[in-house]
Design a binder for this molecule. Structure first.
Ligand SMILES: Nc1ncnc2c1ncn2[C@@H]1O[C@H](COP(=O)(O)OP(=O)(O)OP(=O)(O)O)[C@@H](O)[C@H]1O
Length: 492
């Protein structure tokens, strides 16, 4: 039955692809898993963290002063991605005590291994963000301490737990020592890329993906120290195939921990893995959101945890401006969208719909208007989804129309606008506050400014919007999309 529904989903996807001229879905990754781009590693690969290129070391070797190197590399990264024109903008945020990027400390003070410090600077990081500054000393302490940590979207949680894993592995031991479980295939791939980038100068440390499609021979003894994957495959590798000896695991990370706990299947699988681990294994749980019941469950699950928790009013980022638009139908919502596009320059946008059907319709309409559109929904094969995201990340499409599948974790710096074409609600029609926060967090990454626009088309959705406002105690302003000057103003 499962196979049938997959096949149907792919057929529908292909049908949609035909109707949407510029929608691109790449074929499955090449058999050996080596993707075309330098940093991409696909499902079937077991990859090394060492990808140092000749010449890069020389570049930094010219400069003696570490601060200058870091500053220069950050500036290069930001200029490359057109985020800022000077370092000052990020620097200012990192020095503002009210900003989640605030940090007075340096990466040097965290006493990271030199290879990791080099990797961090090569990524363009200058100083740790607040969550990194607070969480890393706890995570790197001896004896290891457990941690449940919440920090706003795009503030560097992934980088924090990746650094912790890389710091804890013993490269001389050729077996898995760190497990990182992500809720989706594409998030696992994305986190894997961060591990590769950060571990670029730590060539002895290797990484393998426990995700669908990466089939290993029975009896394989993994040599890689870090395993990143989705809960089902990870559990199989521990329990059924015994590729991993859970007793040898030193660090266990649950990324997007709240959804891992709140989703029954994920919770069962994660708990079954956890039960196989040694009592001394360090447990690290991270997310931008933790609903109260989930938070309580997490505290029962993790023995004696350190806790970093946000106050409700801190959960939303001030750098993301939130608006709503009043409409009467989906056609009017589409018109409003066109007006927004007509008034402001949008680098890249993510548009969230409630159903696959609406997403397909909207992608078709936008495509007819001449936009380069990518469509992504949960029913697509995971490899196809990963390819759609890669293309979007590379800027090949400027608009990504999607359902909730992409609401969490996906890190695309150039996303300047998030549109909730449909507001997020749960199965009972109640506002889904957590999903709202994750969705709008796809913009405004690491201090960048972002715009979130909500389409309201009924009393029901107005009610949902009001409840979301009340929940976060944050005003969502009304926007008149017929008034082009007004739209221009909000973007300036
Ligand atoms: N210290 C730092 N200095 C500069 N950039 C950073 C730093 N830490 C992380 N970043 C960058 O900020 C962006 C967001 O980081 P990351 O994906 O780790 O955030 P997150 O908190 O895990 O987000 P989400 O809640 O959406 O999963 C990434 O592009 C990352 O490279």
């Amino acid at each position: 039955m499962a196979t049938d529904s997959w096949a149907l989903a792919v057929d529908e996807q292909e049908a949609a692809a035909e109707s949407i001229g510029s929608l691109h879905i790449k074929d499955k990754p090449e058999e050996n898993g080596t993707a075309s781009t330098e940093t991409t590693t696909t499902a079937a690969s077991s990859s090394t963290c060492s990808k140092a290129e000749a010449g890069e070391g020389d570049k930094t070797g010219e400069e003696d002063d570490k601060d200058d190197k870091a500053a220069q590399s950050l500036l290069n990264k930001l200029i490359r991605s057109n985020l800022v024109n000077t370092t000052n903008q990020v620097e200012v945020l990192q020095r503002d005590p009210n900003s989640p990027l605030y940090s007075v400390k340096s990466f040097e003070e965290l006493r990271l291994k030199p290879q990791l410090l080099q990797g961090v600077y090569a990524m363009g990081f200058n100083r740790p963000s607040k969550i990194q500054e607070n969480a890393l000393p706890m995570m790197l302490a001896e004896p290891p301490q457990n941690l449940i940590a919440q920090s706003q979207s795009g503030t560097g949680k992934t980088a924090a737990f990746v650094l912790a894993m890389l710091s804890h592995v013993d490269p001389n031991n050729k077996f898995p020592q760190c497990l990182c479980v992500s809720p989706t295939y594409e998030l696992a791939l994305q986190t894997g890329k961060v591990i590769e980038q950060m571990g670029k100068y730590y060539s002895e440390v290797k990484l393998v993906y426990a995700i669908r499609g990466n089939k290993l021979q029975r009896g394989t003894q993994l040599q890689e120290q870090i395993v990143i994957g989705t809960p089902g495959t990870m559990l199989d590798w521990c329990l059924k195939f015994k590729f991993i000896d859970p007793k040898k695991i030193k660090v266990f990370v649950l990324d997007e921990a709240d959804v891992m706990i709140a989703t029954q299947g994920h919770q069962d699988q994660s708990l079954r893995i956890q039960r196989m681990l040694n009592k001394q294994c360090q447990m690290l749980l991270f997310s931008a959101t933790f609903e109260e019941t989930v938070w309580n469950f997490a505290q029962r699950m993790v023995p004696d945890p350190n806790i970093i928790k946000l106050k409700r009013e801190e959960e939303t980022l001030d750098t993301i401006k939130q608006y709503y638009v009043l409409c009467n139908s989906k056609e009017e919502k589409f018109m409003a969208l066109c007006n927004i596009y007509g008034a402001i320059t949008i680098a890249q946008a993510m548009i969230f719909c409630h159903t696959r059907k609406t997403a397909g319709w909207l992608a078709g309409e936008l495509s007819r208007e001449g936009h380069q559109v990518a469509l992504l929904s949960g029913e697509m094969q995971v490899e196809q989804r990963a390819c759609v995201i890669d293309r979007f990340r590379d800027g090949k499409e400027k608009v990504l129309v999607t359902t909730n599948v992409c609401a969490r974790g996906i890190d695309v710096e150039q996303v300047s606008v998030v549109i909730n074409f449909d507001l997020p609600v749960d199965r009972d029609g109640n506002p889904d506050n957590e999903t709202y926060l994750h969705r709008i967090g796809r913009t405004g990454r690491f201090g960048k400014r972002g715009l979130a626009i909500n389409m309201v088309d009924s009393k029901f959705s107005m009610n949902v919007l009001n409840k979301i406002q009340d929940h976060f105690n944050k005003k969502i302003e009304k926007l008149d999309t017929d008034d082009l000057d007004e739209i221009e103003k909000i973007a300036s």
